[in-house]
Structures are given as structure tokens and as C-alpha cells.
Design a protein around this ligand. Structure first.
Ligand SMILES: N[C@@H](CCC(=O)N[C@@H](CS)C(=O)NCC(=O)O)C(=O)O
Length: 221
């Protein structure tokens, strides 16, 4: 029998969440071990080649990089959540990688010290969201009616954007109807709702409020 997989996680990490969403969607029984990234244990430093989460342990083997973990989990539990068509699959992978930039931009926006730095990053994020709007199917999910791997990759970003928008009183998606509907649909999925600890909203907003000297913390309630 296949060994139970173990995911090494940090509760706030959007990249870990991508992997959890796929594991949940595929109804896989897995173990999750949380670490404190601010004070990582020695065993984690030895285990994780880049010192980052997520790491997935499959027996004695170690996988890292959320996109690789997502694809591995998907491949070993058919049917695949990727489209069959090779070109569409490749395009999905490219736009999944584009999502990494959005996660990084959101992180940098939260750290920005001045209003002008904040607005510059926010405008860059909005530009990327408009690009995404132009390639989205306009249906429930990115490719159409079915939830795919690319949807799992974007859900953590939209969850945080939603929490940030509510706590800080601004809206990103007013002029992006496909993104708004996509975000609502993603956040309503069971595999997404169950992919984070129950205290994630408080933890995330608390983290935003406590970023020393950040412009965003002055907007958060
Ligand atoms: N490209 C990586 C990014 C993972 C990542 O940045 N994880 C963060 C937490 S959200 C981390 O472990 N940071 C620790 C560090 O950089 O030292 C992936 O997709 O897995």
C-alpha cells in the first residue's frame, strides 16, 4: 500500500495552501505538520532544499516547490485536474506561474512603507489582474465549468485578497467581473474552505496590521 503523504506547512503560506487544496480535492488522507518559519526546527533545515515550505514527504522521498507538489499529487490520483490538450495544459502551467508574481506582489504591497510605494505595487497588481481577466474563460472556473489545477493555484491569492480588502476597506475586483466571479466561486469550494486552519482570517489580518511601518497597516481596521 502507498505510504501516507506528509505535508510540511506554515499556516499562513499561500504556496502550501495550493498543495492542500489539491490533496483535499482528491480526497487524499495525508498528514500535515506545521512549523514556525520564524524559528524553523533543525530537521526542517535539513529536509527542505531551499529552506521553504511546502515540502511533501512521500515515504523517504522529499518533494518541494508547490507547483511540482500539485502536479505530483494530481498525477498519482487520476483523473487529472489538468486539461488533456497539451497546448491548453502548457498554457495553464504558464498562467499558474504568472500567479506566483501576483502572490509576491501582494506580499510586497503589504510591506510597502509609503503610500506611493504601495500604490505603485497595487497598480502593477491591477495590471496583472486585467491580463488574467483577458484570458479567463468567463465561466465558473479558469478553463470553463470544471475546477482544474490552475484554480487550485489561484485560490490562496484570492482568499488573501478578499481578507485584505475587507480588513483594509478597498476593493480590487470592481472593474474585473470575471475575476470577481472566479474569486467568489473559488472561495465557495469545499476543498478551498477546508484548506486553511480556522483561525487563518484572524492570523492573516493580524499579520497585516503588525507589519512595522507599513502603509497598509494604517488602513486596516
Ligand atoms: N516557489 C516556492 C515558494 C515557497 C515560499 O516562498 N514559501 C515561503 C512561505 S509562504 C517560505 O517558505 N519562506 C521561507 C524562506 O524564504 O526562508 C513554492 O511555490 O513552493
Amino acid at each position: 500500500m502507498a505510504k501516507k503523504m506528509e505535508l510540511i506547512s506554515f499556516k499562513l503560506c499561500p504556496f502550501v495552501q495550493r498543495a492542500v487544496i489539491v490533496l483535499k480535492k482528491k480526497k487524499i488522507d495525508f498528514d500535515i505538520t506545521y512549523i514556525d518559519l520564524g524559528n524553523p526546527p533543525d530537521w526542517f533545515k535539513e529536509l527542505s532544499p531551499l529552506g521553504k515550505v511546502p515540502v511533501l514527504k512521500v515515504g523517504q522521498e522529499v518533494l518541494f516547490e508547490s507547483s511540482v507538489i500539485q502536479e505530483y499529487v494530481d498525477e498519482v490520483t487520476p483523473p487529472s485536474l489538468h486539461p488533456d490538450d497539451p497546448l491548453l495544459k502548457a498554457k495553464n502551467r504558464a498562467w499558474m506561474s504568472f500567479g506566483d508574481e501576483l502572490n509576491m506582489a501582494m506580499f510586497k504591497m503589504a510591506q510597502a512603507k509609503s503610500q506611493s510605494a504601495f500604490e505603485e505595487i497595487r497598480d502593477g497588481m491591477l495590471k496583472k489582474l486585467h491580463q488574467l481577466e483577458s484570458v479567463h474563460s468567463g465561466k465558473a472556473f479558469f478553463n470553463g465549468a470544471d475546477f482544474c489545477l490552475i484554480d487550485a493555484a489561484y485560490a490562496p491569492f484570492f482568499m488573501r485578497l478578499d481578507l485584505m480588502s475587507l480588513a483594509c476597506g478597498f476593493s480590487f475586483l470592481d472593474e474585473l467581473p470575471k475575476m470577481k466571479r472566479w474569486s467568489d466561486n473559488l472561495l465557495a469550494e469545499d476543498c478551498v474552505k477546508s484548506s486553511v486552519v480556522t483561525e487563518l482570517p484572524q492570523m492573516y489580518v493580524g499579520m497585516l496590521k503588525n507589519i512595522d511601518g507599513s502603509y497598509l497597516s494604517t488602513l486596516c481596521q
